[in-house]
Design a protein around this ligand. Structure first.
Ligand code: NOJ
Ligand code: CA
Length: 685
């Protein structure tokens, strides 16, 4: 414990200033709080050097005194934790929760009233802190004053997407000097001059607004909470606790991925036995709509027909998939569905979709029907029908529902207590509450939720393991032709940014890269010469390992997999639930190499390892020591790599599939073509 007492004069009064520090168990990270000037602030050092300069703490309220200046700091308590907990499903089964904690109190120097307590946890991989505010009656937060003042602001690089934007989280990442960031969503990743990497985010976002980072001068960012429709940031009744504000710190980029800070700061599982939450792989009547082969709405090209679904289910059964997602089964899609959210029914099928019959057929062939609830942002319309929709799916034996909230910027529709329609952001307080209400209610019906256009992930899967995945980023759908596609750097960018927050339903595995450009809707998004996935086939396979999700889709049409059975074998083999994961190499937006050991479960022995390597528009050779494999064990490495003649623009299909015996003492040399990758199964022999 370090407590320095100084004397200084403020407004002619003599006051004592305090400084309190807490360090990580390995002593590399130190978090220091101080009340030594007008503002209460904190700073963070890594290996003795500042990474966060003095940064303000506090709040401003409507109709209540602000809590951020002339506050006195005192220590409340200290404690430490070192325990291990188990995930029911995940990228890592056992997670170590190891930190030192300091709780402090800030009191008003004038009236001596309690301002807030700050709870700080310092782990070896970063810090988390949150506020507890004691209050009676209503409180309206006008501004959260928390700052993150990043060092090296002229020279450090930030990797970020806009916050509170028109397309929610679905943006391409920008790579700019820290001082050129505007309003950024989190996690925002930063590479400092020393090569140290930071990621600023939040954990356990519950009954609060999502935080974006608003750059002020130099590298100083202020928390910017998504406003409610009434302009207030957050409304609270009585005492409240904020989400954790988090700063991951690592000596290199892969270190950010090998961190479980966000999960550790969430509450343990509140659902009890979650055997009914099942990781797995699925296909769907989905890509066909995006490439305009099918329609969501009724008519000649309606995708969700009984016959088509049965065909997909038979394909799924034949190739070992667990489920078939069916979009466009319910009424409400005809016309401009993005504008007409109140027309969606969550119980009524189109006449050519016999939901009873397809569910029955699924049971016969051992494949689950996966539900779909697109709301197009109609929060109230959905809430009014949600339980009925869940009841229907529960009765039919459905286990998972994909939800969707396609609405732009501040336009999700929610009726307030007076029945007046209000317009909200995806991350404003009431919508944050809606998402969790949806997940909790689904749990009562034994249903898991995969939220698209969701608020960002803040680790709530730990507390509610039926929140099985989210989209919350630009996924494969953008490669279908209705928008400028994701450039080759997108996935190596996601790995070090979006993926730090939790599983993503990216939907990999597009095998047909020659489909004709679709008509309409592309000009405004910027038509490019290659309105299709900018990838090689090997990269599509590597995405199953690189992009973690307990549910992975094989996104292409069944007929396209039937045409390419050899690479398809990798998709059939790869599991979606892991004993452990390790990010081995990489640089943000350039390349990434990740290895994962399968979890022993059903058809999986738990012995095999998988590896995914992905590069951006640059070809590169990576040397991968296999020291992560079990010593003394021989493996057959089934390697799916870019072929000699591959070129993502002219010949994306060239793939070389080879097999060789390896052990932990070998090193593999992987040649990744531009926009390419490699996927490997290490089969224990
Ligand atoms: C957007 C989702 O991300 C996409 O997967 C879905 O097909 C459409 N909404 C329609 O619900
Ligand atoms: Ca989407």
């Amino acid at each position: 414990m370090r407590l320095a007492l100084l004397l200084f004069a403020l407004l002619g009064l003599s006051v004592q200033a305090a400084e309190l520090s807490v360090s990580s168990p390995d002593d590399n990270i130190t978090f220091t709080l101080s009340d030594s000037d007008t503002y209460s602030h904190y700073q963070v050092k890594y290996n003795g050097k500042p990474v966060i300069r003095p940064s303000r703490l506090g709040f401003a309220f409507e109709k209540a005194k602000p809590l951020y200046r002339d506050l006195a700091l005192t220590e409340v308590s200290r404690s430490s934790e070192d325990s291990t907990w188990e995930q029911p499903w995940g990228e890592q089964r056992l997670i170590r929760n190891h930190y030192n904690e300091l709780i402090v109190k800030f009191t008003d120097r004038q009236d001596k009233g309690n301002a807030f307590r700050l709870q700080v946890r310092v782990f070896n991989d970063g810090v988390g802190f949150r506020y507890h505010v004691d209050a009676t009656g209503p409180r309206a937060i006008a501004r959260e004053m928390t700052e993150f003042s990043i060092v090296d602001s002229h020279t450090a690089t930030a990797y970020w997407i806009p916050g509170q934007g028109y397309d929610r989280q679905e943006y391409l990442y920008r790579e700019t000097p820290v001082q050129d960031v505007m309003l950024a969503s989190t996690p925002m990743t930063v590479k400092l001059d020393t090569g140290v990497h930071l990621a600023i985010h939040e954990a356990a976002l519950v009954d609060y607004a999502g935080m974006s980072l608003d750059r002020q001068n130099l590298g100083r960012f202020e928390a910017n909470l998504a406003p409610r429709a009434d302009g207030v940031k957050v409304r609270k009744q009585g005492s409240f606790t904020t989400p954790w504000r988090t700063i991951q710190i690592a000596s290199d980029a892969p270190g950010l991925i090998n961190s479980y800070l966000t999960l550790n700061l969430n509450e343990p599982n509140k659902l009890g036995d979650v055997d009914w939450v099942n990781p797995g792989k699925y296909i769907g009547i989905w890509w066909g709509m995006h490439i305009q082969k099918y329609t969501w709405g009724s008519g000649d090209k309606h995708g969700a027909t009984t016959e088509n679904t049965i065909r997909y289910m038979d394909f799924a059964a034949k190739h070992g998939f667990d489920g078939v997602l069916v979009e466009g089964w319910n009424t409400g899609w005809d016309g401009d569905w993005i504008q007409n959210s109140e027309l969606f029914s969550f119980t009524e099928s189109y006449p050519d979709f016999d939901i009873e019959k397809v569910a029955e057929h699924g049971k016969k062939v051992g494949v689950k029907l996966i539900g779909h609830h697109e709301t197009s942002g109609g929060i109230t319309n959905y809430e009014e029908q949600m339980e009925d929709g869940f009841k229907l799916y529960e009765r039919l034996g459905v286990e998972q529902i994909k939800t969707g909230y396609v609405a732009h910027g501040q336009s999700l529709k929610r009726k307030d207590d007076n029945g007046i329609m209000r317009f909200e952001y995806t991350d404003s307080q009431d919508v944050v509450n809606h998402f969790l209400h949806n997940v909790k209610t689904a749990a009562n019906y034994g249903l898991s939720i995969n939220t698209h256009e969701s608020v960002k992930d803040t680790g709530l899967r730990r507390t509610y393991p039926n929140w099985i995945a989210r989209e919350s980023a630009r996924g494969q759908e953008y490669n279908s032709g209705w928008a400028a596609p994701n450039p080759p750097e997108h996935v190596p960018m996601l790995a070090f940014t979006r993926m730090l927050s939790g599983p993503m339903d990216f939907t990999p595995g597009i095998f047909d890269l020659d489909y004709p450009p679709i008509k309409g809707g592309t000009e405004e998004h910027g038509v490019t010469e290659y309105m299709r996935p900018q990838t090689t086939i090997a990269k599509q396979l590597a995405e199953y390992v690189v992009i973690y999700s307990p549910i992975q889709m094989a996104a292409d049409l069944p007929e396209n997999y039937e045409e390419k059975p050899e690479p398809f074998q990798f998709i059939k083999d790869v599991p979606t639930d892991w004993e452990q994961s390790v990010a081995l190499q990489g640089e943000v937006g350039d390349f990434v190499v990740i290895a994962r050991q399968e979890k022993a479960h059903r058809d999986y022995t738990g012995k095999d390892w998988y590896l995914g390597a992905i590069t951006n528009e640059e070809s590169r050779t990576v040397e991968v020591p296999l020291s992560f494999l079990e010593k003394g064990q021989t493996y057959e490495a089934q390697i799916y790599q870019d072929g000699e003649k591959v070129d993502w623009k002219t010949n994306p299909y060239d793939i070389e599939i080879i097999s060789k015996k390896v052990t932990a003492s070998d090193t593999l040399t992987l040649k990744l073509a531009a926009a390419g990758g490699a996927a490997i199964r290490f089969r224990a022999m």
